[in-house]
Design a protein around this ligand. Structure first.
Ligand code: AHR
Length: 669
């Protein structure tokens, strides 16, 4: 409907204006005479998994790509040999004499002739994840395992431009011995250059000899200076959303394509050099540097609660284990995992967490059994779910368990909710803007006697790599529906969260936050979500809309040929919540059309409405407009003061806009 050509848009405008003139403006009554149901404080959270280079080349701070030389069995991918004309050297992958079981491969460099004078030395350079971001006056911390044939010379580590002509920082290390040694170093850049991602990391070998390198790592300063931590700019974008929880670690990522590629949490904890890493279902390797403890620390840093999805015996190639003794080791693994998260230091896995550096247990209330098990056509989920549910509840009766089937989403509908044991169901929705808007009222009619709903994945899929403003409108309309029903929808999280926007970085079109090596940005949908999550009260305000203008479905040629009749749905979407502590109402209004809309608002059941309030408006000239790495803040909310509020007031909502109005109120209650 909204990708209209100009004449069509003008005609639509006149028809629409006629509609408004004939019927008068839209009206909305806010019912504060009723206490309203409680808003779920956990309504807005985050969903995460290794997809679109979310951690590797994304949130996880590691700058070296293929640090453990496992990305390709044949060549040292993302590494290159740098040798001047007078030097002779070669490099290859080597499985002889590895560092340990998790690092079975190393990079062997044979320097036959180190060269003379100016071009002396041989280097191995890593190109990073589509470049390495280098900033002035910054200290980078690195490490690698190294050994040599014994007679080798000193090493030099440097951050330099891709052509090698500019050295941003360098450091020296003594000649390596014949045994593996972990060498640590730091590189501090000079002042006076522009931040750039056109850089590489080089280890230069200054004398002839054979050298072996393994797990080469380099980190920039991280968020809250965590060791093995996260990229600060992306963490800040997330912090600004004030998310309540983090659904981890997937998604498909928890399942893997095969049993051996599942997210095997025990292999993701402890020293990083002891983590073997694995192939993610999104077809690239994860080092598992972002392991269970790092997920939990990510939660801690952003004051989020972890929502833990446990592997439940089903993998993406449709292999599964039926309930019974063969499934039990996986149930035990889940129990151990919960103990790692929550156990005190006297428990086996709590002690292990303490040894890993975090003696304090983490809070945990929700466990999800698997992911999207509606795909398991064998029908084994009910049995698997019950085996996990009973074991978890027996040991941790306080935990709430989430089923991945039994919801009203297409996958959830394939199987009924496991009988007698379903507290919460996870529903997933990936839709067009039209579908989101057409279904924005779906929860208004849900049965309140059934399980609570966790909308564990949802997104309007328009625009890529990050979505456009039309998607933000669809998302915002959908969020009004979740908010109006946040007694039932206890949690929700958009997916996928991240995408590396470089060519080859995206496996899933339509993502919330984009980045390259140097910078990051939020899509319009990110800002819509931030507006919604940071303006949320504690009580739902019932609304009665009247005279709401409509929009007509735009049919494709295929739809028309199939005789589909265009539907009409509302063009304005609303939700309101009251913050009883602050004494304000957060009224959200979404105008999906290209014409401004008058709205007469009546606040019923209050003693007083303050005359002045605040407004945050996110809007675009065209629905296809978007943010990008080159225009990261083209569409951002504009904050303004609002005057003329009262028990009844009129406000004009701009074309294609998402608005939050903060209205001060005094109620008798
Ligand atoms: O969000 C992308 C994928 O969509 C998730 O991994 C999976 O759960 C869903 O099918």
């Amino acid at each position: 409907m909204r990708c209209l050509s100009f004449p069509v848009a003008v005609t639509a405008f006149f028809l629409f204006s006629l509609n408004v003139m004939a019927q008068g403006p839209a009206r909305l009554t806010l019912h504060l005479e009723e206490p309203g149901a409680a808003v779920s404080p956990g309504l807005y959270g985050l969903m995460t998994e290794e997809i679109n280079f979310s951690y590797e080349g994304g949130l996880y701070g590691e700058l070296i790509r293929n640090r453990s030389f496992k990305d390709s069995a044949k060549t040292p991918a993302f590494w290159s040999l740098q040798a001047g004309p007078s030097a002779k050297a070669s490099m290859s992958l080597d499985k002889q004499g590895p560092v340990g079981p998790a690092l079975p491969v190393s990079l062997r460099i044979d320097v036959t002739e180190a060269g003379v004078a100016a071009d002396a030395g041989v280097g191995v350079a890593n190109e990073g994840f589509w470049g390495i971001a280098v900033r002035p006056n910054t200290t980078y911390k690195g490490s690698f395992f190294v050994r040599s044939t014994g007679e080798a010379g000193a090493l030099q580590m440097s951050l330099e431009s891709i052509d090698g002509h500019t050295v941003f920082a360098s450091a020296e290390a003594g000649a390596p011995g014949a045994e593996w040694k972990k060498q640590t170093f730091s590189l501090t850049t000079s002042a006076g250059f522009k931040p750039t991602a056109e850089a590489r990391f080089v280890i230069r070998l200054k004398a002839a000899g054979s050298y072996w390198l393994s797990q080469v790592s380099l980190f920039p300063p991280t968020y809250k200076d965590r060791l093995n931590g996260n990229r600060a700019d992306i963490m800040q974008l997330l912090a600004d959303m004030q998310p309540a929880f983090l659904r981890l670690p997937g998604g498909n990522y928890v399942e893997g394509n095969t049993f051996s590629e599942r997210w095997d949490w025990k292999k993701t904890v402890g020293p990083v050099e002891q983590r073997p890493g694995h192939l993610s279902p999104w077809n690239y390797r994860s080092t598992d540097g972002m392991g269970l403890l790092e997920f939990l620390e990510w939660c801690e840093d952003l004051h989020m609660e972890p929502l833990l999805a446990v592997f439940a015996g089903y993998v993406l190639n449709r292999d599964h284990l039926d309930a019974g003794p063969f499934l039990q080791p996986f149930v035990d693994d889940a129990l151990d995992e919960i103990e790692y998260v929550t156990g005190d230091v006297h428990t086996k896995w709590g002690a292990r967490r303490a040894a890993d550096g975090h003696p304090e247990p983490f809070p945990l209330r929700y466990i999800e059994i698997g992911n999207e098990d509606g795909f398991d056509v064998s029908g084994s989920y009910e049995g698997r779910y019950i085996q996990f549910y009973d074991a978890i509840k027996a040991k941790y009766p306080q935990l709430h368990i989430i089923s991945t089937v039994g919801g009203k989403d297409p996958l959830g509908l394939r199987f009924p909710a496991p009988a007698g044991r379903t507290e919460i169901v996870d529903e997933h929705y990936y839709r067009s803007a039209w579908q989101m808007e057409a279904n924005a009222g779906q929860y208004d009619v849900y049965d309140r006697k059934g399980p609570k709903i966790f909308v564990g994945e949802w997104a309007t899929r328009e625009g890529f790599p990050t979505t456009n403003f039309n998607a933000a409108l669809g998302d915002a309309a959908w969020m009004t529906g979740m908010e109006r029903n946040s007694d039932l929808i206890i949690m929700s999280c958009y997916a996928p969260l991240f995408v590396n926007v470089n060519p080859g970085g995206m496996q899933w079109k339509s993502d919330l936050i984009g980045y390259n090596a140097l910078s990051s940005f939020g899509s319009p949908a990110y800002y819509a979500q931030k507006l919604f999550s940071t303006h949320l009260g504690d009580r739902i305000v019932r609304l009665s809309p009247e005279n709401v203008p409509t929009q007509t479905q735009h049919l494709t040629a295929k739809d028309s040929a199939a005789g589909v009749q265009a539907k009409k749905i509302d063009a304005l979407f609303f939700s309101a919540t009251r913050d009883t502590k602050k004494g304000v109402i957060h009224l959200k209004v979404v105008n999906t059309q290209g014409v401004a809309q008058d709205l007469v608002v009546t606040v019923a059941g209050v003693s007083k409405v303050g005359k002045e309030g605040g407004a945050w408006t996110l809007s675009a000239k065209e629905p296809t407009e978007t943010n990008s790495i080159s225009e990261p803040t083209k569409i951002v909310p504009v904050e303004s003061k609002v005057k003329g509020l009262g028990k009844t007031f009129t406000r004009i909502f701009p074309p294609y806009s998402i608005t939050v109005l903060e209205i001060p109120v005094v109620t008798a209650q």
